[in-house]
Ligand binder design. Sequence first.
Ligand code: C5P
Length: 317
Amino acid sequence: MPSLPEAVTVRAAAKVNLELLVGPRDASGYHALATVFQAVSLYDDVTVRRARRCSLTVAGRDAEHVPTDESNLAWRAVIAVGEGHPEAGPVAISIAKDIPVAGGMAGGSADGAAALVAADALWGVGLSRTELHRLAAGLGADVPFSVLGGTAIGTGRGDELAPAMARGSYHWVFAFSDEGLSTPRVFAELDRLRAERGEDVSAPAQQQPEPEVSTAMMTALLSGDAEAVGQAMHNDLQEAALSLQPRLVDTLAIGQECGALGGIVSGSGPTCAFLAASHEHALDLAVALTASGVASDVRRAQGPVPGARLIHPGKEQ
Ligand code: C5P
């Protein structure tokens, strides 16, 4: 049997929700979702190394906003994999971040997913796909998708996944905000806005139809028609994110003026995601968004890309 590595590095991607439909809140406080996820080429790298005692360090984008204790999803992931496994011991976790923190792009979930896969490889646990999925869903609703990657439909809390029939590669431009939004706060704001309109926000699930992703989006993805994907892009959380950060209205307007095929708030925000027609169009969009000064940073990315994957299994790190 080959010896186990001293350290393992796993790369996990950010996500954008091409469509995100939010149903009523259930008794546990979660909302029924129907969503289409796509993994995009912005990455966090998580290295897990054998050590004398447990530690966690973070470098890169927004590093100062990331917890370095047991509340970090990467730390919880390592503990979850180690439970009941004799090879497990203390590890030093280091996270190199490029995905914005509290940005609606599943940055924390990517770290959790990467740490699950890394700890599994470090200790030679050999988790089955089902086990990995169970541990991922236990960490958070978006973590299973961060493990899987690609383009996928999420239902339930967003953690019940089916790969989507999708063709083509998509050019994205992301406008980051210098102030994050907390996911629970955005869901709560949506409930507040819905209640204000007289909608029943916590009706028993059986009394309300489950949200379903649109035929328009599925057909557009099946044919790889970026223009149709852009038109079908929709996010039910957007009104709540805009209510909490009204200046995002200007960011979305600039993307629209510059001919983005679609522009929405990503997940619970505040990152705004714009779909471009081509590589050149994405460059133009990025320049216009940067020049307008509406965003703290602007980045281009491609999607879909794979889920959490090993990039360094060696001892050299
Ligand atoms: O699962 P995760 O910890 O990522 O979710 C963060 C929060 O987002 C939850 O505590 C809940 O308030 C909200 N949420 C929700 N419905 C979902 C997913 C998340 O209300 N389907």
